[in-house]
Structure formats: C-alpha cells, structure tokens
Ligand binder design. Structure first.
Ligand code: G6P
Length: 461
C-alpha cells in the first residue's frame, strides 16, 4: 500500500486541545500506513536562515515541520492567503488587498514547500494537499519531475467566476489546480462555480467529474466534510465534572454561537438579530441569553481588527441597554474551548445559531446537532450560505442579511414543540451518523486512488 502524505499550512498533532474531527480523521488515515504530515511549524525563523524540515514521529506518524520567516508570514500567510484569497473566496473582493509582492511570496513559499517535501518524498507516495494556502504545490512538484498521485481539497467556498476574476492573474490558480489528479470541493455550488471559471478559459471544460484545462486532464468532485459524530455525541452525554461556571446557566434558555472571530461569520449580524428578538419578545428577557464563544483569529489583519471592534461595541451596547442586575443578555468570550466542554455546552443550548455570511461547510452546525439529547433536542438556526445547509435542510434556514427574519427564526426555534424538534433532529442526525468525517476521508482517498493520472500519466514513456 502506498504511503499517504498530507500537506497543509497548519498541522495538528494527535491529542492537541484544538484537534477537531478533521485532524482526528486525517491522523487516523495517516496512522493506517505510517504516513507523513507536512506543514508550517508555527515557528518563525530568521530571514537569512535557510528553510529546513524538522521531523518528529508521534504514534507511527511522521510530522515534517517547516519554519517560515517573518516576511514569509506577512506576505504569504497574512498577505496573499488571508488578505487576498480568503476574502475573495468568501465573496468579499472589497476586502482583498492585492499586491505583486504578496502574490510572489505565495508562489515562493509554495516552492519552498515543494523543495522541502522533495527531501522526504518517496516515488509511490500518494499526496493530499489541503486548502487555499497551497494551491500551486502540485504544479511546483510536477516542475521538479515528480509524478506522484496528488489530490487537493478546498476547505473554503470556491467563488463565482466574476468574483474570482477580481484577482489579478487568477488563471495561475486555475492552472495550479489543473495539475492535481483530483480536486475536491464541499458542495455542488462550489464545483459549479469552478466549472464556470474553467469554461471561461480557452480549452477549459468540466463534464461530470472530468475536467480538462491548460492541457491537463483531472477529476473534480464534491466531498462535504463532516465530524466525528459518535465522538461528539459521546462527549456531550458526559455530565460529570461540569465546571462550576455552568451553574450560572441553570434555568436560562441558551442560544449558542461558536466561531473564529472572522468577518465571514456574520457575528455582528447575529448579535443584532438577538437584540431585535429580545426587543420584540419582552417575556423572554431575563430568561434567555446568547453565549457567543469567539476565539480571536488572524488579529494582525486590519479587517479582523475592525470586526473585533465592531462586535465588542455591539455586545457592550446590547448588554448595556437591555441587561439588568443579574442578567447579561450576550455572554461574549474571546477564548477557545476544548471539544469536551463545547459538546456539553451545545447540548445545554436550546438554539444553535450558525449564521455565517459565507462558509465552506461549517462544522459547528454539525457538532451542534450531534451533541443534542435525542429525547429533547435543541434547534439549529442555520445560514443558507453555509455549505452545511445542503445537508441540514431540517434546520431553520435563514438569510443572515435579513435581521428581522433571523430574529423571528430565534423565536420560532424557542417556541418549537418537542415532537417537531425530535422529528427535525432525527433526520439530520441519521445523515451525520452515516456520513461522518471518516467516511469523508475514505471517499476522497478512494476517488483519488481511482483517478486517472492526467498529464503525469501521459508523460510516462
Ligand atoms: C479555516 C481554514 C483553515 C484554517 C482555519 C484557521 O477553517 O479553512 O485552513 O486553518 O480557518 O485559520 P488559521 O489562519 O488560524 O489557520
């Protein structure tokens, strides 16, 4: 069996606090064949130091970690990846801050990844590259003569063609993707957007799963990512050792939001909607609260600083204007919590508010469902613009740009009968049990193993 090599910007070692379902599933797949996971070490090296790979082995898996310089971080990670690709992929071309320096740093760091990967790569390794930071990696490896089977999965949405075309040289990304054997998206919508981008290129086309562009043939599939459903359900059931702070919540109807502090998550829209809901439902005051758990993210970037300021001000205003002695309507916490604590909080919450303006999938939506008590489940209020909406149609689907609509969705959720809640929850939970993150991982890898090798295969003598 070939060895699996995973490459992503961030690497999650097993057992780490922040390990979500995806990291657990990837580690499980890597463990099956003594695989290797390569990515940034999260360390910063001096500018003049050459980049090297530090390898460490944990539980049969090799982690190959690469240091980046301050300049790499600024121009590649904070620059091209998170101030150009991230906003454009989330339909916020207005926030993209393009510069040639950032673009060239992106390709330079991808080259560095290819150089380092080359040091440890074996001929029959199967490579799985993750996310928008590393789109050019396959092309860079090909240019070095490597013919490994190689797949790519995008964890964000793929934008409509008109929005992608606001990026100067966007065709370099399309050409980069055409060098993979398999390109995976979360949803049909993302794949359709991608197909339209290909169609606009001379010679670009997509028929079913078969794509052709830039002289390459490759496959393109839809693989909605999922969670470790059984594990989330197991964690949520445990009610031993609850921290004392939970007692404060006894007797309240809790609506919960859990998001990285990111403008794509629509956190201010949600708090505004909760504020409207409380204003028009006076009888719910003092009995209901919004628990918004929001670890800070990418906080060197001005757009993130702006959203942080806007949310903090809004929370202060709502709590100041509506709160009273003994009741704080919005509990706003800039901390990240571990999976066990989150699972139990999800189960406590009557309403899960997952209302991003745009999101590739959104695993909070799935985790909220998996954590519910089957005999008395809470209600998921879910944005139509999250990839998860395609599979979780029994949630109350909302448009996050419609504040009144969201406020009345919260009301509907809190008023919903138990029978109705059980009916909706069971349908969603059945799907999540069947389609968990292990299944996602296996689906992608078996499609990758079955994909014909386009250009690389045709170059074989
Ligand atoms: C999103 C991206 C991931 C990224 C994560 C956290 O989910 O798709 O690739 O790792 O956000 O963001 P950060 O910039 O902290 O890695």
């Amino acid at each position: 069996m070939s060895r699996l090599v995973v490459v992503s910007n961030r690497v999650t070692l097993p057992g780490s606090q922040s390990a979500g379902g995806m990291a657990v599933a990837l580690n499980a797949a890597l463990q099956r064949n003594n695989g290797l996971w390569m990515g940034w070490s999260e360390k910063v090296k001096a500018e003049e130091e050459p980049s090297t790979l530090t390898e460490k082995e944990v539980g049969g898996i090799t982690y190959a970690l690469i240091d980046l310089s301050q300049k790499d971080l600024e121009d590649y990670y904070y620059g091209f990846a998170n101030q150009i690709l991230w906003p454009i992929f989330h339909n916020r071309a207005d926030l993209a801050k393009y510069s040639e320096a950032r673009e060239s740093a992106y390709y330079r760091v991808n080259e560095m990844f290819a150089d380092q990967l080359e040091q440890v790569l074996r001929q029959d390794d199967v490579i799985w590259v993750h996310d928008y930071h590393l789109i050019p990696l396959a092309e860079k490896l090909q240019q070095r003569g490597h013919k490994n089977r190689i797949g790519f999965f995008l964890h964000t949405p793929w934008p409509p063609a008109d929005i992608l075309s606001t990026l100067p040289n966007y065709n370099r990304l399309l050409r980069g993707l055409s060098c993979y054997d398999l390109v995976g998206f979360h949803t049909e919508n993302d794949r359709n957007n991608f197909a339209e981008c290909l169609r606009r290129q001379e010679w670009g086309e997509l028929n079913g799963e078969d794509c052709r562009a830039y002289g390459n043939e490759f496959r393109c599939g839809v693989f909605p990512i999922s969670i470790d459903t059984a594990e989330v359900a197991r964690l949520a059931e445990r009610d031993d050792d609850l921290p004392d702070s939970y007692c404060r919540f006894a007797g309240y109807d809790i609506a919960i939001g859990v998001d990285r502090l990111d403008y794509s998550k629509g956190i201010d829209n949600r708090i505004d909607a909760f504020n409207r809901f409380l204003r028009s439902n006076k009888h719910r005051r003092r009995k209901t609260l919004l628990l918004q758990i929001t670890p800070k993210s990418r906080d060197k970037i001005p757009a993130y600083q702006a959203v942080e300021k806007a949310v903090a001000e809004l929370v202060g205003r709502v709590d100041g204007e509506l709160g009273s002695v003994g009741w704080v309507p919005v509990h706003y916490i800039n901390q990240s919590l571990g999976q066990p604590e989150l699972a139990r909080l999800y189960r406590r919450a009557r309403v899960g508010l997952v209302t991003p303006l745009r999101d590739g999938m959104n695993l909070v939506a799935k985790e909220y469902v998996a954590a519910q008590n089957p005999r008395d489940p809470g209600v998921l209020v879910l944005s139509r613009f999250a990839g998860a909406a395609g599979e979780l149609g029994e949630a109350i689907l909302v448009n996050p740009y419609d504040p009144e609509g969201m406020a009345s969705a919260i009301e509907t959720a809190l008023d919903m009968t138990r029978d109705e809640r059980i009916k909706r929850w069971s349908a969603m939970m059945e799907r999540l049990r069947e389609h968990d993150v292990y299944r996602w991982c296996d689906d992608f890898l078996s499609k990758l193993n079955a994909a014909p090798q386009g250009l690389t295969a045709s170059l074989d003598p």
